[in-house]
Design a protein around this ligand. Sequence first.
Ligand SMILES: Nc1ncnc2c1ncn2[C@@H]1O[C@H](COP(=O)(O)OP(=O)(O)OP(=O)(O)O)[C@@H](O)[C@H]1O
Length: 692
Amino acid sequence: MTSLDAELVSERSHHETCRAVMAAMVEGAAEHVVTGEDVSASGADAEALGYTLRSRAREMAELPETPLFFGRLDFAESGAAGEHRGGRYHIGRRRIGIDPTVPPLVVDWRAPISRAFYRASARDPQGVAVRRRFGWAPRSAGAAEDLTSFEDEHLDTRPDPGEPDPASGPGAILAGEINRPRVGPMRDIVATIQPEQDDLVRRALTASICVQGAPGTGKTAVGLHRAAFLLYTHPRRIQRGGLLIVGPNRAFLHYISEVLPALGETGIRQATIDDEVGRHPIRARDEPAAEVVKHDARMATVLRRALYARVGAPTEPVVIPDGSYRRRIPLDELARIVERVRAEDTPYEVGRERVRARAVRVLQLQAERNSGPPTGEWLRRMGRARGLAAFVDGSWPKAGPEEVLAELLTDPDALARAADGVLTPAEQAAIHWTKPPRSARSARWSAADLVLLDEIAGLIERPGTYGHVVVDEAQDLSPMQCRALARRIGSGSVTVLGDLAQGTTPWAARTWPDLLAHLGRPDAEVAPLTVGFRVPAVIVDLANRLLASLDVDVPAARSLRRDGELTIREVADPEPATVAAVRAALAREGSIGVIAADTGTEPLRAALTAAGIATTTADAPDPTGVVRVTVLPATLAKGLEYDHVVVVEPAAIVAAEARGAGRLYVVLTRAVSRLDIVHAQPLPRVLRAALE
Ligand SMILES: Nc1ncnc2c1ncn2[C@@H]1O[C@H](COP(=O)(O)OP(=O)(O)OP(=O)(O)O)[C@@H](O)[C@H]1O
């Protein structure tokens, strides 16, 4: 046996030990559920404790069969920080060890000591002598993986002259990881996080950051790993408010849904912005002109005015009989109360209660002058007195978001007053409901209306906030959607992920500071990621040339992958050509995405089915992974990736929407290895320009 073989045997044996300890930990967690229920003082305690322990047991038992470690750090005998000197640590997704007083068999990748695994380099070894990365091969479908290889980087010895710096290339294990076929949902990248990604993942909880990343540079991966890092580092602070991950659509959320559980984090809310503001189901569609106005930041002013138009000067003094007295508050004093509270800029509902409390206070002072301090019961009685309630309801009436918005959209005069000097008459006409509902209750709300309702609800009462919010594909959010998120971020922090070049909504941001200001974090740092892990160089080059037509200022990307293929085929009929392209792709490994303009997918699906090729859709992916072909509309492709992408009729994709060139940029950058462009119509101008 060579010494390398012996090392491999010893590492495998360490892994077996880890498995055994892990099994004991799972069992221990399950046992705790039972004893936890026995030892608790009361029924409520038992329930709370039982719940916590059960969740932990479930979490541990649900850990997928991934390798228990993926790396090892050997610290140098000298030069390393004191306690780690000469130490050896295996690094994995979760800490493995039963006794907290002895060093664990595996340290969590998020622990401070693991940082060196991601950051150390030959130039700055950070006390590390050897960094080892393990290679694993699947044993068989569904079974645990096999430890088959390892790769050592000796960071304590300077590389021989002429030899490449061992820390500079991607290394075989990273290369294997980025080249692997993509089947099924997104996987974690914990074994191969790159230094510039790690820097973003481990930023402090208080730091709000914005990652501007070209396609496939790992923005989504960074956001998800950052979420896991923050949950590990600040469990109490984050769990109190919770963590929210916002994605563009259900297909995308499904695609990323397994990453956090694989990292041991469950129970995190992953939602679209529509889900998050969804007080009602979406039952109406706006005309494009109306939608654009409703998503504009100026609507915030209009809505505020519409809500506060309800607040007005009192018309009658307050008069309340009180035993032998008649308590009275004159009109001018009531008007002053209302005015002052308005100027205090509190949520509407707080303002209303404040107005009531201030009026009661006036009555209290009067009573004190007559007969000394009144009782609590007296104060409550005054607060409920008819005269006082009439004043509060008249000057600061109760208001609900639905009723405020329905009135605004139905009554042109109310809209004109609220929008005076803010929206043009044409803009007001665009959002006016020509067929008003019978009542606010029966109104059919559009997606944009829900955002407006959320804004009004936020003016009435501050919503609860999350400990941290991760927003993916953020470039597409409208100012009003950003404001909805800003309310939920409150004093917490946010990780914004996006690519201005991939903006496709009519209101997509052209610069980050604008969007960050609407998110309430104008000073968040914008950090670029430019090294691509998905898209091969030949496709990245094409995408970079397309950038010139997109009217955004973003750095070009460079790819770590040299192996891609790009073919452009002009054909007489795209349907048989697509079938042929898919058939050829099926002869190779991996997933296949057929992407066309939204109206073009059904005929392609039918043609593939008729040719005996099974297909699925992006929002209902085949859980078994047997069906390898997904036919998807261009508008659902964002954030997804396929080994082989067939783009059909790019001209139709560009023509379908105002920011069609941005959509084409998204679609072309979904390919992991091969991109086929099939067209019968002439190629769109932006693509022709990029190909010249
Ligand atoms: N450090 C890494 N090691 C291995 N794979 C990586 C790494 N970083 C990213 N990847 C892989 O690259 C692909 C693209 O990552 P991701 O989807 O996070 O990029 P993105 O910037 O969000 O892309 P898009 O702009 O298209 O949404 C994924 O398959 C991801 O697993």
